[in-house]
Design a protein around this ligand. Sequence first.
Ligand code: NI
Length: 167
Amino acid sequence: MALFPIRTFGDPVLRTVAERIDEVTSAVERLVDDMLETMYDAPGVGLAAPQIGVSKAIFVADIGDGPFAMINPEIVELSGEWVWDEGCLSVPERFWPITRPAFARARGIDLSGAEVEQSGDELMGRVLQHEIDHLNGMLLLEHLGRRAKKQALRDLRQEALGMPTSP
Ligand code: NI
């Protein structure tokens, strides 16, 4: 296992649609191990491969009841609505109240190559949506309202220049 640096806002890999994985090879298994180690070290509850610079459609997560990985995942069902102070390891130490569907169901394949579904409300639903967004080259900022997004982008750019951000 190996720890990887986590790519942050501004890195083009985070805006790139990840490639689907054709076959679950030992390299994919190693990637999952490395992603889990990196996620737990951060610490975070989910991590998508592009966040360690690998543009492949795979994410790992553990919301407290054990780790899992999903390969080529897609959202197949969404319902309800939930507001949560959402953050992202690629936009460190920032949280925004973001409204998304409360429930999500995702379908993909697991490390044995079998089709698998993961679903849940609230945190689980949020993690599934957030990680699958990463695989589509999207960050949580895309879910902010126009004004909040503008402010967030301004803050992040100032931060990148080492300038103080607004309160
Ligand atoms: Ni994230």
